[in-house]
Design a binder for this molecule. Structure first.
Ligand code: AMP
Length: 248
């Protein structure tokens, strides 16, 4: 079985982003970039399935600028077998990403695609669902547990008010939630080894996908600044203030 894991290069989760002066987006010049945290979880899950003897190959794919190679090398250093960079300098929306992934999944004959549940830069939470729709494959989104059982996969999902376990047929699409696992760190020898693993470079045209954006960002603005807090002398004063504010 082959597992495909799409990994997105995003602004590192520790960085406090700044909105560009002209309000057209977020400034990413000279900002630390990393693999989307949910994608690290997806890579980890694919590797665990392989280590348990359920998969033969884990392929990482990233769609974006040349520097996405670094993100792919991280996936390779974690243990992925090979990588594909679909290189573009254009803005890629979830629909275009899903269309490219659909082509790769078909071309590679992958049985399982494990994505992150969402990318922390645009918070779209769309790509996995769109990929499932485009390929007609069943989807298990927001997975907190994945158990392979022959041609089926049991996905425990984090839903409002608890957990739901569904059984879906392979080939399938799964999106990883935070509690699915704790991703490993790549060891230095594995980082060195990853440099020699295959990394193919492709373009969107190779897959016949038009990247033209379907929507337009009208404005990007900073969230409203939080008001400073006040110190209270004791619990009685706290209760009084909360009552006055209508909070209790
Ligand atoms: P989104 O729908 O943008 O929130 O992204 C959900 C997931 O789709 C991410 O966690 C990645 O696994 C995958 N994904 C989105 N954009 C890309 C991209 N440009 N390259 C590779 N994977 C991506």
């Amino acid at each position: 079985m082959k597992i495909l894991v799409p990994v997105k290069r995003v602004v590192d989760y520790n960085v406090k982003v700044r909105v560009k002066a002209d309000g057209t987006g977020v400034d990413i010049a000279n900002v630390k970039m990393s693999m989307n945290p949910f994608d690290e979880i997806a890579v980890e899950e694919a590797l665990r399935l392989k280590e348990a003897g359920n998969a033969d190959e884990v392929i990482a794919v990233s769609i974006g600028v040349k520097q996405c190679q670094e993100t792919l090398r991280t996936a390779l250093a974690m243990g992925a077998d090979r990588a594909i960079l679909v290189k573009t300098d254009e803005v890629v929306e979830p629909l275009a990403v899903a269309k490219i992934l659909a082509k790769i999944a078909e071309e590679e004959g992958t049985d399982l695609v494990i994505l992150g549940k969402q990318a922390i830069d645009d918070d779209s939470n769309q790509t996995g669902q769109m990929l499932a729709a485009l390929t007609g494959r069943p989807q298990g989104t927001f997975a907190s547990e994945v158990v392979l059982d022959g041609g089926k996969i049991a996905v425990t999902r984090e839903v409002d008010g608890g957990l739901e376990t569904i059984s879906i047929n392979l080939p399938a699409v799964v999106t990883a939630d935070l509690r699915l696992n704790e991703p490993r760190y790549a060891s230095l020898p594995n980082i060195m080894k990853a440099k020699r693993k295959p990394l193919d470079e492709k373009s969107a045209e190779d897959y016949g996908v038009d990247l033209t954006p379907r929507h337009k960002i009208l404005a990007v603005s900073e969230p409203a600044a939080r008001e400073a807090g006040v110190k209270v002398a004791d619990v009685a004063e706290l209760v009084e203030k909360l009552k006055a504010a209508g909070a209790i």
